[in-house]
Design a binder for this molecule. Sequence first.
Ligand code: ATP
Ligand code: MG
Length: 290
Amino acid sequence: HLAEITRIVSRDKNYAMRATPTGKGDEPDILIGAFNEMLRQIQQREGALQQAHDELEERVEERTAQLAAANKELEAFSYSVSHDLRAPLRGIDGFSLALLEDYAERLDDQGKEHLQRIRAATQRMGMLIDDLLNLSRMTRAEIHKERFNISTLAHSVVESLQEAHAKRRIEFRIEDGLEANADPRLLRVVLENLLGNSCKFTSKRTSARVEFGKMHRNGSTAYFVRDNGAGFDPAYADRLFGAFQRLHGATEFPGTGIGLATVQRIIHRHGGQIWAEGEVEKGAAFYFTL
Ligand SMILES: Nc1ncnc2c1ncn2[C@@H]1O[C@H](COP(=O)(O)OP(=O)(O)OP(=O)(O)O)[C@@H](O)[C@H]1O
Ligand SMILES: [Mg+2]
């Protein structure tokens, strides 16, 4: 009887079972009593464990919901702030223009120059706001994953980059036949930024080379975009992905510093990783997984 119950308990993990005492007070009876007591203790501990587990799960769920809500709120906030900033900016720009046009004869050259500077600054601020809005949009956009040929996408991005840099000779090396499981629309934004950066930061090279491919790196297969351009100090490799973070002067290489922040958000939303390697004047490489 006891052997049978032991077998069932160990098979079904049903600790609610009890062996029936013989009531004779003999050794098997004591054994059955001890066995039942053991089962009772196991049952109790299992119950406590399950309760702790349930509570933990509930707390994780609660925190996740709180985080998601906070995130959403923050996104909505940055969206509405950037949106609302546009209206006064349009006012500043518009009235500066009105002053320049309608009061030109009453302004001396220095006055006109100041107004031009106001207009240039408002236009630059407008661009920053647009970038912020774009970044916010990328975070909120729904992801529709599908399998597609990412090499074809890279070729198409390169084509428009070549048109934009018609005067330059850039050697593009695109590995063919690479597949990706991702949102193609968002991956286009990723490649436009990474390949666009490579074109930009090789602009001082007489023979610029920009590559796209896939390789084993840091224990995973990663897509990469690599160039032989200006590179950067590897000590700051993580900073590049922060919004408005730039390691190069705007006069040397134009830009607002939002591109890589956007790229990182897209990659993270796909559950992937992105990192950069580089050396000053020795080119840069950006790796991402999906
Ligand atoms: N291929 C690269 N080679 C060297 N430095 C790079 C490269 N790509 C990015 N960086 C560095 O990282 C910074 C941030 O890049 P990011 O794309 O976010 O901004 P940006 O290109 O300067 O401006 P934007 O993309 O908003 O027009 C750059 O300013 C530059 O210092
Ligand atoms: Mg960029």
